[in-house]
Design a protein around this ligand. Structure first.
Ligand code: GDP
Ligand code: IMO
Ligand code: MG
Length: 428
């Protein structure tokens, strides 16, 4: 019997609650796989009032009997990984078995330095607002074919050769372009070998482990980081991350064929947020944005930055349905809207005097788009104890029904609080 495979990915600009959804679904899965991104992600999971934020570790890591996989598409910062593992060990947690793909690229210190220096050198208009975790520079090296892979850290001869060639280029960039200090080869080489020693027992053929789990009849979850609108191809370029969070990225980033994916689930916040720069048509700049930020606790899980907040944009959600082939939505943070008299939702854009209901492929066009809203009545009561759809007040059900009608796909899970149990499941 073949296990079921679900991709769980972000629909908006990240922080939709992917970690908490994966944590809920992981109870019935055998394996959880991260397929792209790196320590730029911050996935929050709350279990028995204890909060965990995962950057590199898959959000199934708290289940000791499961398998967690860091796939080839991830860029892995060894320091960040060890810090996470040590943090959980210090909290006395028993963890899932962890496998790291030998092909995952390593985020080196020069990647983080160049990320921050490049960001600092950009003009106001060009600034991306990266997390400074070295993500863009590491993926750039991967595609330039000068990257260091996890397997290289356990092979001193290969590492010496690769690192000496790459570091020459990086030191030129650091010193000649940014006027920064050069990095010392011997120090970095020794450091990398130390990382390799600790990483060695974790390295494996990630795709084989995944294949084995599916063949054994275990369900596998592919956990996206970032989100559709931050995707390097489908997002609001250049205000995006440097990987492929969309559904296709799960196949390349984990080593699984598209025909073996059963469902693609899009995690969508009941409103919308964005961290960093770039267009955000439904952003609320005034008191309303503040209220959403306050009630939703919208501060970055990785950088602590205040998140920009606004209403849910169904034009964007519908775009995510199409580019990912979404089968269903996991709607999170519905409880955050409990006190609002009116819930607005964007159903079209006005651009250049015309009304359109599809997401523009040009970021410039999106920046000029004005949202056309549909207003729905709020429910004005606490829904955090609801555990079935029928228990929700009629106005909350109407909001969910409206999202389903607009997108043409079902809302299969609803989040009504931060905890594992604060979840309404409707077929997921
Ligand atoms: P991720 O990056 O997509 O995993 O999301 P983050 O963890 O960065 O941000 C989501 C935040 O919302 C976290 O603080 C979660 O604890 C919280 N959260 C997730 N789902 C819900 C929900 O249904 N209700 C409320 N009130 N908070 C939620
Ligand atoms: P999770 O997985 C929200 C944003 C950054 C910046 C842009 C590029 O927790 O949803 P990068 O460091 O990737 O080069 O930054 O992408 N960004 C995120 N925003 N959630 C994330 O991850 C993000 N990861 C990157 O703020 O705008
Ligand atoms: Mg996050």
């Amino acid at each position: 019997m073949k296990g079921r495979t679900d991709i769980v990915l972000g629909v908006q600009w990240g922080d939709e609650g992917k970690g908490r959804v994966v944590d809920v679904l992981a109870s019935e899965a055998g394996a959880v796989v991260r397929y792209q991104g790196g320590a730029n992600a911050g996935h929050t999971v709350v279990v028995e009032n204890e909060k965990y934020v995962f950057h590199l570790l898959p959000s199934g890591i708290l289940y000791p009997e499961k398998l967690c996989v860091i796939g080839n598409g991830v860029v892995l910062d060894p320091e960040a990984l060890f810090e996470e593992l040590d943090g959980l060990a210090a909290r006395g947690k028993k963890l899932a078995r962890l496998i790291v793909s030998h092909a995952a690229h390593i985020v080196m210190p020069y990647h983080k330095m160049i990320d921050r220096l490049a960001e600092g050198a950009r003009s106001d208009a060009a600034r991306i607002g990266t997390t400074g975790r070295g993500i863009g520079p590491c993926y750039a090296d991967k595609y330039e074919r000068i990257g260091i892979r996890a397997e290289d850290l356990v092979n001193p001869d290969v590492l010496r050769d690769k690192l000496s060639r790459t570091l020459k280029i990086k030191n030129d960039i650091l010193t000649k372009i940014y006027g920064a200090e050069a990095l010392d080869f011997d120090e970095l080489f020794a450091q990398s070998l130390k990382w390799g020693e600790r990483l060695a027992p974790l390295l494996g053929d990630a795709f084989l482990e995944i294949d084995g789990a599916i063949r054994d009849g275990r369900n596998v979850l592919f956990e996206g980081a970032q989100a559709t609108l931050l995707d390097i191809d489908h997002g609001t370029y250049p205000f995006v991350t440097s990987s492929s969070p969309c559904a296709g990225g799960a196949c390349t980033g984990a080593g699984i064929g598209p025909s073996r994916i059963d469902r693609v689930i899009g995690v969508t916040k009941a409103y919308c947020t964005r961290v960093g720069e770039g267009p955000f048509p439904t952003e609320e700049h005034g008191e309303l944005g503040e209220e959403l930020r306050r009630k939703g606790g919208e501060f970055g899980a990785t950088t602590g930055r205040p998140r920009r907040c606004g209403w849910c944009d169904l034009v964007a959600v519908d775009y995510a349905v199409k580019v990912n082939g979404l089968d269903g939505i996991a709607l999170t943070k519905l409880d955050v809207l409990d006190d609002f008299d009116e819930i607005k939702v964007c159903v079209a854009y006005e651009t250049g005097g015309a009304v359109r209901n599809h997401f523009p492929s040009s970021c410039v066009e999106l920046a000029g788009a004005k949202p056309v809203y549909k207003s729905l009545p709020g429910w004005k009561c606490n829904i955090s104890k609801c555990r079935s759809f029928e228990e929700l007040p009629p106005a909350a059900r109407d909001y969910v029904n409206f999202i389903e009608e607009y997108t043409g796909i079902p809302v299969l899970l609803i989040g009504v609080g931060v905890g594992r149990e604060d979840t309404i499941r409707r077929g997921l």
